[in-house]
Design a protein around this ligand. Structure first.
Ligand code: ADP
Ligand code: MG
Length: 406
C-alpha cells in the first residue's frame, strides 16, 4: 500500500472553496494510486471563529484560572471541527472519509499540556480504516496521554502529527500543504525578495524551523528525518512543485554541481519577545542564575538568548510567557527590568561555522540601517540578534540581501 500523508494548514481548510481545493489534491493523490491519510489544522487564522486563538480567548474570558489540562480540551476543539468539515467535503467528492482524533489515531503523549511530546504511536486504527477502503481524516495538533486525557502538541503541532504518522505507518511521502509555494529564503510577508528553495536537507530546514521559520514545525522535521521519509511543502492554491525536504546525500545525487553546506540558507525571525534583565548579587551570581533557570524550567517556560554577566543575567522569553515569568521570579526578590516588543532575527546556514567574517557581515548589515543590537547569540549554524520589534522588516530584508539571498 502506497501511503501518502497529506496535511492541510489553517488557511487551506478555512472556507468551502479552499476545502474543495484541498479535496482536489486528495482526489488527485488517489488517482495516482496513493492511499491518503489526511491531517488537518483548525480553520483559519487568529480572529476567525474556530481558530485556535479564538478558542483560547473564549476559554480565558470566562475562566482566567483555567488549568492547562482543561485549556487543552478547548484548544483541541478547533481540529475536531475542521476534520469533520473536511470529511464532509470529501464525501461530496465521493471519497469515503472517517474522522479520527489524535488519540484515536494512536498518538500517545506525555502530560505536558499545551506542548506535549509524542511518546509513541500506534497506527493500528488508521491501518484498519485504510484496509476498509476509507480515507482517515486525523485531527492535527492533538495527542492523548496514556490515561486518555487530550493533549495538544504546541504551536504548529499539526505538522508534527503529519510527520509522526508518516514515520509510524510508514508513508512513502509526507505532503505539507500551506498558503505559500514552498519553503523560502525568508518569510515572504516580511521580505518581498524571498524566493523558493527547490530542495533543502532535513538539517537545513530543521535549523530554519528552530530559528522561527514557522512554515514547518521543528519537531515535524525530526520525525521524518529519523525514517528518511521525504517531505514536500507546497501550496493548496497552486500547482507549483513546492520544496522537497530530503537527505543531503539525495540532494547531492540529483545535482550536477558538487554541493557544500550553504553559508546562509535563509533569514528567520521570532516576534513578540521580551528581554529580561536580572540583577544578581555580586558574590553569588552563579547560584543566583542557576536558581532563576530552575524556577523557569519548573514552570515550563522556554528561555532563549542567554547571557550570564558578572552581576547581571540577560535572557528572553515569549510575550505569552511574560506574566508567568514575572510571577515565577517576582517572589525571589531579584531586581528585574523588562524590555517589551522585541524581535529576534537570525541568519541560518549549515556552512557558516568555518567561515570567518560572518558575524562581522551580520553586524555590518544591521549597523548600516542603524538598528541597535540589544543582544546577540550564535551557534555553528546560526547568528541571531535581538532588536526592537519596530525594525523587524528592515532587518530581515537587510540581512537577506547582505547574505546574497535576494
Ligand atoms: P499553515 O496554517 O498552513 O500551517 P503557517 O502560517 O503555519 O501555515 O505557515 C505558513 C506561513 O509561514 C506562510 O504564510 C509564511 O508567511 C510563513 N513563513 C515564515 N517563514 C517562511 C519561510 N522561510 N518560507 C515560507 N513561508 C514562511
Ligand atoms: Mg503551520
Amino acid at each position: 500500500m502506497r501511503i501518502l500523508v497529506q496535511k492541510f494548514g489553517g488557511t487551506s481548510v478555512s472556507t468551502v472553496e479552499n476545502r474543495r481545493l484541498a479535496a482536489e489534491k486528495i482526489s488527485h493523490a488517489i488517482e495516482e494510486g496513493f492511499r491518503p491519510v489526511v491531517v488537518v489544522s483548525a480553520m483559519g487564522r487568529k480572529g476567525q471563529p474556530y481558530a485556535t486563538d479564538t478558542l483560547i480567548g473564549v476559554a480565558k474570558d470566562s475562566h482566567s484560572l483555567l488549568s492547562r489540562r482543561e485549556l487543552d480540551m478547548m484548544m483541541g476543539c478547533g481540529e475536531i471541527i475542521s476534520s469533520v468539515v473536511m470529511a464532509s467535503t470529501l464525501q461530496e467528492f465521493g471519497i469515503d472519509a472517517v474522522v479520527l482524533t489524535g488519540g484515536q489515531a494512536g498518538i500517545i503523549t506525555d502530560n505536558q499540556y499545551g506542548n506535549a511530546k509524542i511518546l509513541r504511536i500506534n497506527p493500528s486504527r488508521i491501518k484498519k480504516e485504510l484496509a476498509a477502503g476509507k480515507v482517515p481524516v486525523v485531527c492535527g495538533f492533538q495527542g492523548m496521554t496514556a490515561e486518555g486525557d487530550l493533549t495538544t502538541l504546541g504551536r504548529g503541532g499539526s505538522d508534527t502529527t503529519a510527520s509522526a504518522l508518516g514515520a509510524a505507518l510508514p508513508a512513502e511521502m509526507i505532503e505539507i500543504y500551506t498558503d505559500v509555494d514552498g519553503i523560502m529564503t525568508a518569510d515572504p510577508r516580511v521580505a518581498p525578495k524571498a524566493h523558493i528553495l527547490d530542495k533543502i536537507s532535513y538539517a537545513e530546514v530543521s535549523q530554519l524551523a528552530q530559528q522561527g521559520a514557522k512554515v514547518i514545525h521543528p519537531r515535524a522535521v525530526e520525525f521524518a528525518m529519523q525514517k528518511n521519509i521525504p517531505v514536500v511543502v507546497k501550496s493548496t492554491f497552486s500547482d507549483a512543485p513546492g520544496t522537497l525536504i530530503t537527505t543531503a546525500a539525495q540532494i547531492a545525487e540529483s545535482s550536477d554541481e558538487p554541493i557544500s553546506d550553504r553559508i546562509a540558507t535563509g533569514v528567520t525571525y521570532v516576534k513578540d519577545i521580551i528581554q529580561i534583565k536580572a540583577e544578581l548579587s555580586a558574590d553569588n551570581a552563579h547560584a543566583d542564575s542557576s536558581r532563576i533557570f530552575k524556577l523557569l524550567a519548573n514552570a515550563g517556560i522556554n528561555v532563549d538568548l542567554i547571557n550570564v554577566l558578572p552581576r547581571q543575567l540577560l535572557f528572553t522569553v515569549q510575550e505569552d510567557d511574560a506574566q508567568e515569568t514575572k510571577q515565577c521570579l517576582g517572589a525571589t526578590g531579584y531586581r528585574l527590568t523588562t524590555l517589551e516588543k522585541c524581535a529576534k532575527v537570525s541568519v541560518v546556514g549549515g556552512g557558516m561555522g568555518d567561515v570567518p567574517g560572518v558575524m562581522a557581515s551580520f553586524v555590518e548589515a544591521l549597523a548600516a540601517k542603524e538598528i541597535p543590537l540589544l543582544q546577540t547569540g550564535d551557534s555553528q549554524t546560526s547568528i541571531s540578534a535581538l532588536i526592537d520589534g519596530k525594525h523587524l522588516e528592515i532587518a530581515v530584508s537587510a540581512l537577506h540581501s547582505q547574505f546574497g539571498l535576494d
